[in-house]
Write a protein that binds this ligand. Structure first.
Ligand SMILES: [Zn+2]
Length: 229
């Protein structure tokens, strides 16, 4: 939508912030700026022994791993992620990615990273949703850091049922072997930043890493918007 049309639409259909309920300004999308700046940030990219790194340690080799915010039931991030995934608010993903990108820019965390790789959705699911929410986050990160987004090389071969009601072992059984790399030579000797929306058990990331590690001399780092640990 162009800006004028957006402003007119906003005038007749004012939207409210999904977190605090306040009316949004025409320039705000889904969440008001004041809520975006109050997000429960972890800042754990500065800490090489953070909870995400502890969670993933020993499961696959990685350089660094971090999460932007704490994701808790009833917390600030929950309605935002819900809108991003289920209400077509893809701009929220871009906004979150930009905020996180601003924190990560110039830090050691992104040292030597060559490209950002969003956790892929199965093409059928992406078509249904209209976009991949992790790709929107990746795009926001890319806007700020200047790192390219690699899409379409890491693919999801199998559309697995939802993970939410499954145990840790069931989740791993559910995702094992569902990802693949289409053209491994494109990822040879690359350091990739794998991007997900929310880390819960880490099994989706582990399954992605499993596929990525087929590429010779690859290095992997991990960044998620939320950690629900
Ligand atoms: Zn708000």
């Amino acid at each position: 939508m162009n800006t004028l049309l957006k402003e007119i639409t906003h005038l007749f259909f004012p939207q409210s912030c999904v977190v605090c309920g306040k009316k949004l300004l025409p320039t705000e999308e889904g969440v008001c700026l004041s809520c975006l700046f109050k997000l429960p940030k972890t800042n754990n990219f500065k800490d090489p022994e953070n909870q995400v790194e502890i969670l993933l340690a020993g499961r696959f080799p990685f350089e660094r791993a971090a999460s932007f915010c704490v994701f808790s039931r009833g917390g600030m991030l929950q309605p935002i992620i819900h809108q991003l995934k289920y209400s077509g608010k893809k701009d929220l993903g871009i906004a979150l990615g930009r905020l996180y990108g601003a924190d990560l820019s110039g830090s050691d965390f992104l040292k030597n990273v060559d490209a950002i790789v969003p956790v892929p959705l199965h093409p059928k699911k992406e078509k249904k949703r209209g976009y991949n929410q992790s790709e929107m986050i990746a795009r926001g990160l890319s806007d700020v850091t200047g790192l390219p987004v690699s899409k379409g090389n890491l693919i999801r071969k199998i559309s697995n049922p939802t993970q939410t009601k499954k145990s840790k072992i069931q989740r791993w059984e559910n995702v094992k072997g569902i990802f693949a790399v289409e053209n491994p030579s494109a990822f040879v000797s690359k350091h990739l930043l794998l991007v997900d929306d929310v880390i819960t058990t880490g099994s989706t990331l582990e399954a992605c890493a499993d596929a990525l590690l087929e590429c010779p001399d690859i290095r992997i780092s991990v960044a998620a918007i939320g950690e629900a640990l």
